[in-house]
Unconditional design. Structure first.
Length: 359
């Protein structure tokens, strides 16, 4: 049995290496031609373009790994079947489930490696690539925004600003509401603008309104400048809704999502993307099961059929993930369901295919 395991692994690994290089190259070309016009217009040096493409390599490997695994697995099994070697294996009493165990172990190792590789290598490369692309193409990234609302201090303080300027860390057209423990209004602060200084917001041209519940009286006060240590919500909170979770490590993304929830900002898209990182890392293991179930079905044109089936399944998987992801972001389904539904659906399909596979 050990010889069979070695034979299967020895046939699979070279195909995986070749197919991975092939699909990574395809992704690199797609990314390059997608930006080639901008590179030419900005007269970007060839060395800088090469540097950008090299920084895309880790992400390209992660994107290409599932389909390369599916193609290499299905092709290696199809070759064995076309040479009648699988028939001999099954005639010897070895079941398909036992025969593909080495492939499943490799799939599990690839999934674990992809999980660690993304957080420790790909994210840093993506961040550096984004910075370099912005410098070369002279693109300015800004986290400024209009009509910004933030809930702070466990929803006891509500900030609203007509516009948040990330560059100057200032708010224009500011309204701050302070709520009491019962959720009633205790104070309202209107200011023409506010500036972040040291560790708090400083409001300018301020109108303060206080509500005295015992006397049922509203008092108003005008001042040119006002600040309090209570108003210490950091400026980064006001621009967090515009930040990209894809360029954060897992710990940074988790903290970012918590801050969005605490501030009352939309968080479903970020949370869905966060869960998708975990589900996507299991894709190599999932596709290994798929290729094990379908690999022995092709005896003629095995390269073409393996490639065709791999591309069709990859498209179907990613379309399913895109649809469920959009549903999760819109609130139709939970973010956790949106991230894991494609995995569950294709796992069920794998079990069904195994049930009716050649053994």
């Amino acid at each position: 049995m050990r010889r069979l395991d070695v034979m299967l692994v020895a046939g699979f690994l070279p195909l995986l290496a070749v197919s991975l290089v092939f699909f990574v190259l395809m992704l690199q070309l797609v990314d390059l031609f997608g930006n080639i016009v901008q590179y030419l217009n900005m007269e970007v040096p060839a060395s800088a373009v090469v540097a950008v493409q090299l920084l895309y390599l880790p992400r390209g490997v992660l994107y290409a790994l599932p389909i390369a695994t599916l193609f290499a697995g299905s092709l290696s099994l199809s070759i064995l079947y076309s040479n009648n070697e699988l028939i001999s294996v099954f005639a010897a009493g070895v079941s398909l489930y036992r025969f593909v165990v080495p492939l499943m172990v490799i799939g599990a190792l690839l999934s674990a490696g992809a999980f660690v590789f993304e957080d420790r290598v790909a994210i840093a490369a993506d961040q550096r690539r984004g910075q370099l692309s912005e410098e070369l193409l002279q693109l300015g990234r800004s986290y400024s925004g209009s009509n910004v609302t933030v809930l702070a201090e466990r929803r006891r303080v509500v900030y609203y600003a007509d516009y948040y300027n990330d560059l100057s860390q200032s708010l224009n057209g500011v309204v701050v509401l302070e709520l009491n423990e019962a959720g009633g209004l205790s104070r309202r602060i209107d200011a023409d603008w506010a500036q972040w200084q040291d560790d708090r917001w400083v409001f300018h041209r301020v109108r303060t309104y206080r509500w005295d519940e015992s006397a049922a009286d509203l008092s108003a006060q005008m001042s040119e400048r006002f600040s309090s240590e209570r108003f210490d919500e950091p400026p980064s909170t006001f621009g967090r809704g515009l930040r990209d979770v894809a360029q954060m490590t897992r710990s940074e993304a988790r903290e970012h999502i918590v801050s969005l929830q605490r501030a009352g900002l939309p968080f479903r898209a970020a949370l869905t993307n966060y869960y998708e990182r975990y589900s996507f890392s299991l894709t190599p293991l999932l596709v290994m099961g798929l290729c094990s179930a379908i690999g022995g079905r092709f005896k003629r044109n095995i390269v073409l059929m393996s490639l065709l089936v791999s591309l069709c399944l990859a498209v179907l998987y990613y379309v399913t993930g895109m649809v469920t992801g959009l549903m999760a972001q819109s609130g139709t389904i939970a973010p956790l369901a949106g991230a894991w539904t494609p995995i569950v659906v294709f796992m069920i399909a794998t079990v069904v295919l195994f049930r009716y596979s050649r053994t």
